[in-house]
Design a protein around this ligand. Sequence first.
Ligand code: SF4
Length: 405
Amino acid sequence: MSTKNALRTIDVIRRAGKAADAYRTAQHAVREAHDDHGAAQAQLHHWHDRIPAMGGTDRASPLLAAVQEHQEAEQKVRKAEARLQRAAVAVQAHRPALNRYPTERLRRRAITVLLDRLADHPVDLIRAADLIIIQTSSGKDSLVAMHRTVAAAKAAGCLHKVRVMHCDLGAEWPGVPELARRQAERYGIPFLLVTPDGGFLGMVEDRQMWPDAKRRLCTSRLKRDPTGPVITTWVRELGLDRQAIVLNVMGVRGAESASRALKARLALDTRTTSANRLVLTWNIIHGLSEQEVWQDIASNGLEYHPIYDTGLERLSCVYCVLAGPDWLILATRVCFALELPHPKTFAELERRIGHSFKQDFTLNGIVAAARMLDALDGPITWRRGDAVRRHLGPAAADQYLALTR
Ligand code: SF4
């Protein structure tokens, strides 16, 4: 099957699934509307039977209420039945796909198999795409994802389709947005900086709570939600009279965590996909190890953020709600060394809202522990190239520094 046909088939199966879901929901709504109608009818009969025995002025309002409720229930039944009819027409239109993949499980399986085959042929995938968006944190994985996407796009003669976006939450290490821009500029690809209202600290102030692993509003509300409107604008700019194929590239690696290991290389983004765009999340470096990522960075002289040289292995927010105590203490000591205001700002916010940064410990405790370690061992130090040195050895670090001088 050609790439274009595979993409078309994925969308046909997706639409068929949506039609089947809508039909089920409409059936449920009809049942509910009939139940409400039955209850309203019983109420009307109740008042109808009692009215003759009631006094003149007492009768009007209960009777009127029962009549109105009954009329509303009738209208709800009519609307629900009309919706069911429309849903039935849509199901009929998707009958061939629904006959072939009658259950949700089979539809999901068919889409997964097709996507897996497409992921084996990145150049074909890029040729079939209309827009390729690289969502970068400017961290090491995003950097390598960008480098590999650009290499594949160049091989396909499609570099003009690639754009980069970065979400600045205002809580990252200094220089992150500027670095994201430079990383994109290296390849000559357009760059968009998105700054969600209020940023990370504004969101915490509003909610008087820190996000946590179960409610990661920092990623869903501040990073994921702004992506939809950007895709809408960019797809509109393409001016296509057919559904656009959008690849949304992320620097997610399976080796990072058990949940990431379960993610597919290529996945259908059902939340952002619509009639006018089929959006696929492309975890282009899903199979790479951390060592391989550093190898790519070192051998290609890619500019990484100096924070990696301190021993921190992720370029996250300065204080990430997912991080453990060791990581947070090290981040605090790096802040001390760089004279950054974050420990004071975050610890004050924690005191003000009265909600602990993590369930098991406070940020105020982290800051105090970091201060004690600094007093015992002295401030931490690092040299440019230490991250490469740590992962690939001194020779690779020397080579990298010579390459990026
Ligand atoms: S780096 Fe951590 S705190 Fe920042 S947005 Fe991501 S999960 Fe939230």
